[in-house]
Design a protein. Structure first.
Length: 100
């Protein structure tokens, strides 16, 4: 089981770190009562934080079971999207670049 967190590549590094932390918590809170999150929490609870361009970001929002995060300091721009943990991921998730 893995949670994916996608961060727009245009987001400055400091805001990206905050967005990833907030996205993880927001995703957990939104889906905490689901069987998938219960299984994920039983361990190990993997997360992948990836950097995506605007096109990838918009396309990813079409997949189900996610939460979108905005940043008030960046004029409420959408900065991150986090997905409920699952075993099997749609094909595009294999190609997102890990945030380094």
């Amino acid at each position: 089981m893995k949670m994916y967190i996608l961060i727009r590549e245009s987001v400055p590094a400091g805001f990206a770190m905050l967005a990833a932390a907030h996205a993880s918590l927001a995703c957990y809170l939104k889906f905490r009562d689901t069987p998938e999150v219960t299984e994920w929490l039983s361990g190990p609870f993997y997360k992948a934080v990836c950097k995506v361009n605007d096109k990838e970001f918009e396309k990813a929002k079409e997949f189900e079971d996610h939460v979108v995060l905005t940043e008030s300091a960046l004029d409420n721009q959408e900065v991150a999207v986090a997905f409920k943990p699952r075993e099997d991921w749609p094909k595009p998730f294999k190609y997102y670049r890990l945030y380094k």
